[in-house]
Write a protein that binds this ligand. Sequence first.
Ligand SMILES: NC(=O)c1ccc[n+]([C@@H]2O[C@H](COP(=O)([O-])OP(=O)(O)OC[C@H]3O[C@@H](n4cnc5c(N)ncnc54)[C@H](OP(=O)(O)O)[C@@H]3O)[C@@H](O)[C@H]2O)c1
Length: 324
Amino acid sequence: MRAVRCEAHGAPETLVLRDLPDLTARPGQVVVDIHAAALNFPDVLTVADRYQVSTPVPFTPGSEFAGVVREVGDGVTDWSPGDRVMGTRAVGAFAEQIAAAPADLRVVPEGLDLVHAAVFQVTYSTAYHSLVTAGGLRVGEWVVVLGASGGVGSATVDIAHRLGARVLAAASDPRRLELAVRLGADASIDYATEDLKGRIKEITDGGSDLVVDPVGGAYAEQALRAIRWGGRFVSVGFAAGDVPRIPLNLVLLKNVTVRGMELRSWSQQMPEAFAAADAELARLVAEGMRPEVSRTRPLTETAKALADVARRKALGKTVIDVRG
Ligand SMILES: NC(=O)c1ccc[n+]([C@@H]2O[C@H](COP(=O)([O-])OP(=O)(O)OC[C@H]3O[C@@H](n4cnc5c(N)ncnc54)[C@H](OP(=O)(O)O)[C@@H]3O)[C@@H](O)[C@H]2O)c1
């Protein structure tokens, strides 16, 4: 099988394509024929050895994939050859095959092809749990989504709109905001040129009910200051780099609830909430919901594609079409 290999930590351009022996499933493992893999920013950090967990070289990067089960090892009862699956693992997805644990995999919702499935699980589950499980979203509420054109942000706009919220998308340029409006945002703010706090208060007529924040940096406090009394703020990530330090008097005076949502630990701690979310996401897919895929590239171009992610040149989600 072909696999993209990181043989020395560094920039994405140092990745190389190699031929490796086909995988066989050990006891408790599921081997998946990968059809498509997503590019995520943490892949850049893993290759550079700047991620929270260090992966020793050589290894195959790539953390999100979709494909078809090829073989199951002894003791695996919940998956069978031929099942369409999507999955996440720390590494291993930029290859034609991956060996996964059964719990790494989810059923691909009916109607979703494998290219779209490859970018669905992380962004849409994160968005759903931020809005609903952590955020307690109710129909008709104003939701402010920061970084609204990014992977998590665009999924959040999409789901919030479909669940009947009023969505206020915030992002850094008009081209990015167009995507959010196409996905159903009712209003938008260009936070590179507009006053985020003032515009949120103006558009929502006094303050938002909920903020979903995958960006952090200076925007977080501005968005928190524009929440109404009793509103909620869900912290999802820090794409801007800086982890904000929020003055607690803002939280106290307006009785705001601030929550974190970290998908991996939530999936371990709250299996029932996860099963409910998967069912609801499958229902929304059946109604036509699809993640945005802006571009597909073959496995041979993985290094170049990941370099675009590293330099913030990629717009929307790029998928590696492993069989293409
Ligand atoms: N909590 C969880 O379980 C979970 C799950 C998935 C992802 N995350 C985290 O959520 C964050 C967003 O992930 P994503 O997949 O949506 O990323 P993404 O597709 O790259 O989007 C990030 C957005 O952040 C904005 N941004 C602002 N400053 C930035 C900067 N200096 N560099 C890059 N982007 C910047 C960008 O929009 P503008 O240019 O319009 O500002 C961009 O659209 C990441 O920190 C990721 O690690 C958390």
